[in-house]
Design a protein. Structure first.
Length: 258
């Protein structure tokens, strides 16, 4: 039986855990689905070794982009926004907990500020590891760790444009996000460094969080709390001016500062 995510997401979406699939039962226009396979994720891992052909095609996580109802299509496009959903099943790869590949947001044209992003947990729990580059992407100025559960929101601000999400728990993780449709990503820095500045490793009943030695400098992690909000993130489609900061971060420097 599929799990109803309508109340928490604000959309007629159902999750079939047996086959790790989302079902969209409303009037949705085109949704772009992509899968990140083990082969694609290898360069971002602590142990980026080659695996057999069959294993390399294994899907590690899934992303649905441009998720919205048809009635909201025109106004979302007019605001240059995008609502996405990501599913990360539980698991480990050579002792490392499954994660997204990770990337930096590139600077907005005409400014020195990357585009921000805002997330919401729909199911499960997530660790968001966000990092602020120093003089370059091999020197990290600050690192924040945010644990978030259902209904909690997480902001990826311009100063912490590098981010990855890790599922260290035994249940599937489903998260949604709003972001500018103009945002451009830098995956190469994470690929060249074999992931984020820290790895999350399974140590039996414990989680080992260890520094990634491929970076030149990495500060200690500072933990911060996610924000709880009963309203689904998608409900902001009715007042998209509240998401103006996603396209114009330069107007909200004070509010977006960590």
């Amino acid at each position: 039986m599929a799990l109803d995510l309508q109340k928490i997401s604000g959309l007629p979406i159902f999750f079939d855990e047996k086959i790790m699939e989302l079902r969209f039962q409303g009037d949705f226009p085109f949704i772009k689905k992509s899968e990140r396979t083990l082969k694609e994720l290898q360069p971002y891992l602590k142990i980026p070794k080659n695996v057999g052909n069959r294993a390399s095609n294994t899907s590690i996580y899934y992303v649905w982009r441009y998720v919205h109802l048809k009635k909201d299509d025109e106004k979302i496009k007019a605001y240059n926004l995008r609502y996405d959903i990501t599913l990360i099943p539980p698991g480990k790869i050579d002792g490392e907990f499954v994660k997204t590949a990770g990337h930096f947001h590139k600077n907005k044209t005409g400014t020195n500020l990357p585009y921000p992003e805002i997330y919401e947990i729909l199911l499960g729990r997530a660790y968001f590891l966000i990092q602020s580059p120093g003089k370059n992407t091999k020197n990290i100025k600050a690192v924040r760790l945010i644990e978030a559960g259902p209904g909690e929101k997480v902001l990826v601000p311009p100063d912490f444009s590098g981010h990855t999400t890790i599922n260290v728990f035994s249940e599937p993780l489903i998260m949604a996000n709003w972001i500018s449709d103009k945002a451009v990503y830098d995956y190469e820095s994470y690929k060249n460094n074999h992931g984020a500045s820290y790895y999350f490793l399974d140590n039996g009943s414990l989680i080992d969080i260890v520094k990634n030695p491929n970076y030149d400098s990495v500060p200690e992690i500072k933990k911060i709390r996610a924000k709880k909000d009963p309203l689904p993130l998608y409900s902001l489609v009715n007042n998209l001016d509240k998401l103006r900061f996603l396209n114009y971060p330069e107007e909200f420097k004070k509010e977006l500062n960590f």
